[in-house]
Design a binder for this molecule. Structure first.
Ligand code: GLA
Length: 378
């Protein structure tokens, strides 16, 4: 009996009918451009969230988490609507709502994606539930449908104005590859991400600094991009070249210009990063990571002191490139480093954090892993 079966049995007194798993993500490059119809290049990490579900023959929903033992949240299916208050269970409930489920269920969550680290633990949670429900009720949704529906749930039910990247990669990723995702139509291409054979690895540095997309900074960035799109009379920033931006600079205010400058240059960097990966040119990839970080720090202003110190210290220790990942304002940074320099890089970053009196960072590494899947079906 697996761990989640055991916890399910102990909590709900029965075994689940379906178990699905979905991973968190790291974004190699292509930050804050998913909501501008850009290309992004994330990969799924090995840490996953599991969702185990059993249908009930009434309209009751019971939810529990292996990380919060002895607490069962119980509610009526008919009360599951945007506006319903709650805590972490709003994420699985947002999926129940967005997928239009019409039956009571017992749901157990076992989450192994580090929380608050900017590694998309919320997308992993949503996508594990969505994958389980899609199979359990034979809903027939495609992965693109599920990405859009889970995003809709997070936007409208939870109230977080996220883009489509995190859910898409959690659902669509393949082991060994980064996922080149076109956020305009959700088409994808797997780009082999094999740094290990070149003696490299991607170090993930969780700064442990506060990170919340609901604080307004994220929504404010999106709003600047949308107002620029309307002033430039285009449908998305994807249509804009750097030359066109320079020519229409006077139509935008300074903040809008800087936000759009980041978006337009980041879209180009993603395509160059794909070329760099295909050519195994990791020095070029490193430079692109550095440029991405500078653009997020200076033009998009979503970095923070902890992220900047992590990036600078990694580079000082010899990283080929480093940058903040995810929404920003805290969370994680990544550094492309020589495997032989891992210990030295970690210690340089730890020392820099101590000197700045920051909370000690956490470190992870992960190879690109598989997207959401059904683990077991009764
Ligand atoms: C968060 C959002 C994503 C994306 C990133 C920034 O992770 O959930 O949709 O916008 O920030 O790239």
């Amino acid at each position: 009996m697996t761990h989640i079966d055991k916890v399910f049995l102990e909590t709900f007194g029965d075994t689940p009918t379906i178990v699905a798993a979905a991973p968190g993500r790291v974004n190699l490059i292509g930050e804050h451009i998913d909501y501008s119809d850009g290309f992004v290049l994330p990969f799924a990490i090995k840490d996953r969230t599991f969702a185990a579900i059993r249908v009930r023959d009434d309209r009751k929903i019971r939810i529990a988490s292996a990380q919060r033992r002895n607490k069962i949240i119980e509610l009526q299916l008919d009360s599951v609507k945007p506006g319903l208050k709650g805590e972490w269970e709003r994420y699985p409930l947002s999926v129940v709502w967005a997928l239009g489920i019409n039956q009571g269920m017992d749901i157990m969550i076992d989450g192994h994606v580090p929380l608050g680290a900017g590694l998309s633990s919320s997308a992993a949670l949503e996508c594990s539930v969505a994958t389980a429900l899609n199979h359990l009720f034979s809903l027939g949704f495609s992965l693109e449908d599920l990405a859009r529906l889970t995003q809709k749930g997070e936007n409208e039910y939870v109230g977080v104005p996220c883009g489509i990247m995190d859910q898409s990669v959690s659902l669509m990723a393949h082991a060994g590859s980064a996922l080149l995702l076109d956020c305009r139509d959700l088409s994808t291409r797997n780009v082999s991400f094999d740094v290990a054979s070149s003696g490299l690895e991607l170090l993930i540095i969780d700064t442990q600094a506060h990170h919340s997309l609901t604080d307004g900074g994220y929504a404010e960035r999106r709003a600047s991009c949308e107002s620029a799109v309307s002033k430039l009379k285009i449908t998305s920033l994807r249509e804009l070249s750097l030359e066109q931006l320079q020519q229409s600079r006077t139509l935008l205010n300074q903040t809008e210009y800087l936000r759009v400058h980041h978006a337009v240059t980041e879209m180009t960097r993603v395509l160059h990063a794909v070329e760099a990966l295909e050519a195994k040119d990791f020095n070029l990839l490193g430079q692109l990571l550095n440029q991405s970080h500078a653009s997020l720090r200076d033009d998009y202003t979503v970095s923070c002191p902890e992220l900047n110190v992590a990036v600078d210290a990694a580079l000082e220790a010899g990283a080929l490139g480093a940058r903040m990942v995810g929404g920003g304002f805290g969370g994680s940074a990544i550094a492309l480093i020589h495997v032989s320099q891992t210990a030295q890089t970690i210690s340089t970053i730890e020392k820099a954090f101590a000197q700045h009196h920051f909370k000690a960072p956490r470190f992870f590494t992960s190879l690109p892993s598989q997207g959401a899947e059904i683990i077991q079906r009764a």
